[in-house]
Design a protein around this ligand. Structure first.
Ligand code: BT5
Length: 240
């Protein structure tokens, strides 16, 4: 890559996470961000696609929290920060691990990727937030801030700075106050409350809550307690 753009909104790219990785590789500090108006190859977790419609927010930030024991909490902390930033515009809940949800429809998602090289190790946190528009006809219901705000049009430009500040604040609290802060915030906004019946892969169970690493603790029908980790599963809600 011949040019690096830090803390800027660029016109188009394949994935803002790739650009943030390049920035991190070059030594850019904690909190550096990059955003694009058009994202042509947006990625979700597990190789899934992120539908990136024009007018929505595509943002990636570099996280250099040094204490590795906190890293499993970064995706949840990112979701908490982004959710707090838009809670005045939508009744937003967090669906574990880090989907932003409004009344059962997906408003946004977070993709965290760890990168390690000679310039140190860091996390790229990518945030996709539907602002102007949401994709229809995909495999789950989707919504946007414009739809949630009762038709008043909400642009990516309107929310970008609040999302950046919200995420930075949440990372600072994770670093200074520890995972308990994230867990408390998360639980106050959780879509999957204790008692919610969920299914994943070929399994099902009842949500118990978060474990010490930010994993989701679930009771199986057999009574056994299982831990689910963010990188492994796609969860469906059966009933609350
Ligand atoms: C995520 O993955 O939700 C993480 C999305 C992260 C996107 C950001 S945009 C900036 C940065 N650059 C990137 O390349 N990525 C990040 P996951 O939990 O795997 O959810 C993906 C699933 O969400 C898909 O399989 C669809 O079901 C659904 N989906 C895809 N696009 C959507 C959209 N725009 N709105 C709502 N749901 C969507």
């Amino acid at each position: 890559m011949s040019f690096l753009y830090a803390n800027q909104v660029i016109e188009r790219c394949a994935s803002t996470n790739d650009l943030a990785k390049a920035l991190g590789d070059s030594g850019y500090p904690h909190g550096t961000w990059i955003s694009a108006r058009v994202q042509e190859g947006g990625r979700g977790r597990l190789g899934r696609k992120w539908e990136s419609r024009e007018g929505n927010l595509f943002l990636s930030m570099i996280c250099r929290i040094e204490d590795r024991s906190l890293w499993t909490w970064v995706p949840l902390a990112t979701a908490v920060g982004a959710a707090r930033a838009v809670e005045k515009l939508a009744e937003v809940r967090i669906k574990w691990p880090n989907d932003l949800w409004v009344h059962g429809a997906k408003l946004g998602g977070v993709l965290c990727e760890a990168v390690g090289n000679s310039n140190g190790t860091f996390i790229v946190a990518g945030i996709g937030l539907n602002c102007a528009d949401s994709p229809k006809g995909i495999d789950q219901p989707a919504t946007s801030l414009t739809e949630s705000a009762g038709g008043r049009s909400v642009s990516a430009d309107e929310v970008r700075q609040s999302v950046i500040s919200g995420v930075l604040e949440s990372w600072r609290a994770l670093h200074e106050a520890g995972p308990e802060w994230v867990a408390r915030e998360y639980e106050s906004m959780a879509a999957l409350e204790p008692g919610t019946e969920i299914s994943w892969d070929q399994s099902s169970g009842t949500v118990l809550g978060l474990g010490a690493l930010g994993e989701l603790r679930v009771r199986l029908p057999s009574g056994e307690v299982r831990s689910l980790y963010a990188e492994d599963v796609k969860i469906r809600v059966r009933r609350a």
